[in-house]
Design a binder for this molecule. Structure first.
Ligand SMILES: [Zn+2]
Length: 209
């Protein structure tokens, strides 16, 4: 099989993710610009990982170990943190939407479910109406970003509440490390999420998005 054309670009991702896709018989690779200047051996490891992914081959452990070691080295995580902060600062939005005000909903949920004890992070609507990322909590900026798709009169209040409640649970249950694995939605997190009163209704609505 002839090797396909490969095009590699460094791209300003906010983390060390890399993307690979095949387009018109050509491999397009986008590496985070945080990896610019990485040693040859690390870039080679990334190349192996990405190729294994696209050809659905097993990733040899020496490559994943080399990559992870590089990323988790102190320098790298500090750099990622800094870049996120600088990039994030440019994209600060507002908690006030056209139909829903995120701070109001946050405070109400805080009283109802958390005894008012959660410190309020920065809350903002996303710039774009993303359906892929509905909401996320970014610990680097202590910010909850909610997709603007929810700022709409046809969105039931329980759906936006549920989305925010989920992110508030992330504030309450920070990500834990189990060995090298990140435990994002642990047992306690999941148990508490089930306490949300209109869970089924909210989830049913999310499916329609
Ligand atoms: Zn989550």
């Amino acid at each position: 099989m002839p090797a396909p054309d490969i095009r590699v670009e460094f791209y300003p991702f906010a983390n060390v993710n890399s993307k690979i896709k095949m387009r018109d018989g050509r491999l397009q690779v986008r590496l985070s610009d945080l990896l610019e200047g990485a040693p040859e051996s690390v870039l080679e490891a990334i190349a192996h990982i990405l190729l294994a992914k696209i050809y659905r081959k097993e990733i040899r452990p020496e490559h994943s170990v080399r990559f992870r070691r590089y990323v988790s080295s102190h320098d790298m995580s500090a750099k990622a943190h800094l870049v996120r902060q600088v990039r994030g600062r440019k994209r600060i939005g507002s908690p006030k939407g056209v139909f829903y005000h995120l701070e109001e909903i946050f405070e109400e949920l805080n009283q109802r479910f958390f005894y008012g004890l959660l410190g309020r992070p920065r809350l903002t609507w996303s710039q774009v109406r993303s359906r892929r990322s509905l909401a996320h909590y970014d610990p680097a900026h202590n910010t909850i970003v909610v997709s603007r798709v929810f700022d709409h009169p046809l969105v039931p209040r329980c759906a936006i509440e549920y989305i925010l409640y989920h992110e508030m649970l992330h504030l309450k249950h920070p990500v834990k490390l189990r060995g090298s694995r990140r435990c994002v939605h642990g047992k306690e997190f999941q148990a508490e999420e089930k306490l949300f009163p209109h869970l089924d209704q909210a989830k049913a609505f999310l499916k329609t998005l």
